[in-house]
Design a protein around this ligand. Structure first.
Ligand code: APR
Length: 399
């Protein structure tokens, strides 16, 4: 087996294949230190925890992660909290920084004797329509190499070699929500004991704890503006305004360790299997970060793919591989649907210029008032309807 990418998908898949006695090598273009320190997501779904527990990979999560089950919406009409851990299926998230999960998975993979080639970029996947696909790669010293296996797992994200090697008939669904976030990592303790979603006339702001010392914030951001366009002072002042700090209490400020821009777009590749090449994680689908589902889908798909590959490689049973794409896509589309609903809840209709200037003038204005009315109604229903809150909770933590 050749696995492309050492993110949550590739590393979990590598661990499960090794545990099943299947030889595999992971090709990872970044360095080990980059992979282990890259701050990404941090909200693990209950099902993700169950998958890690099933395979003895949850030690770090149980030791350092902590449960979380409340989100707080702040709007012009006031604020309300949803203890989603007591709603729906009564399940909570784990807050556990992704770099910690990746470090756990990597250490476990190496302890099992797993092979991984850092600083080794996969360039293309060849002959995926046959039974001896190969991967051409560039070694750290620039030398070209070729890796041949029975199957290749593309876990190398949306810009990786697997996506580039898909056949022309692969369907690439793409949707742009027309919204951009400025993602911030602040060296400051969380300001709320909840995930904070602030819906303000000036734009969305978000607050998500990562550790007792570090907090993730988001600001809806005009697309095309540089991440460092504002001073730290101006960023914090804007967060105060949108989080309505005057009404609900000050935010804990601190140095901004990281800034990044996130266009809220989503993608789905169909199908996820092309002969001997199979996709998982961001290589298979990309979600807007509004509902923190990317890493959880990656773990789910990696376990499904590991089971299917193990059946095929150890027992010659390819049934699981045959249904892998449809089974994953059912989860992917459900996650896309909820993430799309959440994105429309949190943001006013995208700026006209974010959509390239379409819909200007009186019609657009009427349309945006109409959209604003729908949004107010959704928020009111979420605030008052227990049935709606149960639906929200089940989808918010589900994968
Ligand atoms: N060759 C080798 N490695 C590659 C290549 C390549 N051509 N291109 C990308 N990679 C590596 C990246 O360096 C990264 O380590 O593939 C890995 C992909 O990891 P992720 O982007 O984390 O993707 P995935 O494992 O699918 O996890 C998806 O986790 O990162 C979070 O929330 C994020 O939704 C995302 C989820």
């Amino acid at each position: 087996m050749v696995v492309l990418g050492a993110g949550p998908a590739g590393l979990l898949l590598g661990n499960l294949l090794l545990a099943a006695g299947i030889d595999c090598v992971i090709l990872e273009r970044a360095s080990r230190s980059h992979v282990e320190n890259r701050a990404r997501a941090g909200f693990l779904a209950p099902n993700t925890a169950r998958i890690l527990e099933r395979h003895g990979l949850a030690d770090g999560l149980h030791r350092y992660g902590h449960r979380h089950g409340t989100c707080e919406f702040r709007t012009r009409e006031g604020r309300f909290r949803l203890d989603y851990g007591l709603l729906g299926q009564g399940e909570q998230h784990y807050v556990y920084p992704q770099q910690n999960l990746v470090t756990d998975l990597l250490r476990h993979y190496l302890d099992l004797g797993g092979r991984i080639r850092f600083d080794t970029e996969a360039l293309a996947v060849h002959d995926a329509d046959g039974t001896r696909p190969s991967v051409t790669a560039r070694e750290p010293d620039g030398r070209p190499t070729r890796w041949t296996a029975r199957y290749v797992a593309g876990c190398d994200g949306r810009h990786g070699a697997a996506r580039r090697s898909l056949p022309p008939d692969a369907v690439r669904h793409h949707h742009d929500h027309g919204v951009t976030w400025l993602g911030l990592l602040a060296e400051a303790p969380p300001s709320l004991d909840a995930v904070g979603y602030a819906l303000h006339e000036r734009g969305f702001a978000g607050h998500m704890a990562r550790t007792p010392e570090v907090t993730r914030y988001y600001l809806q951001w005009r697309r095309g503006t540089a991440a460092d366009a504002w001073s730290e002072q101006r960023v914090w002042d804007e967060l105060d305004v949108r989080m309505r700090a005057e009404d609900h209490g000050p935010l804990h400020r601190g140095p901004l360790l990281e800034r990044g821009l996130f266009d809220l777009t989503c993608e789905v590749i169909e199908p996820l299997r092309h002969g001997s090449l199979l996709l998982a994680g961001d290589a298979a689908s990309l979600l807007a970060p509004a509902a923190a589902k990317g890493a959880n889908l990656a773990v789910l798909e990696a376990e499904m793919l590991a089971t299917a590959l193990t059946d095929a490689l150890t027992r010659g049973d390819t049934t699981g591989l045959g249904t892998y794409s449809d089974r994953c896509l059912a989860h992917i589309w459900r996650a896309q649907e909820f993430t799309g609903w959440m994105t429309r809840l949190l943001h006013a209709a995208p700026d006209a210029d974010a959509n390239g200037g379409h819909g200007t003038g009186a019609d657009a204005l009427a349309g945006s008032f109409f959209q604003a009315g729908l949004r107010r109604s959704r928020i009111a229903s979420l605030r008052t309807s227990r049935i709606h809150q149960d639906w929200f909770a089940e989808n918010y933590v589900g994968v």
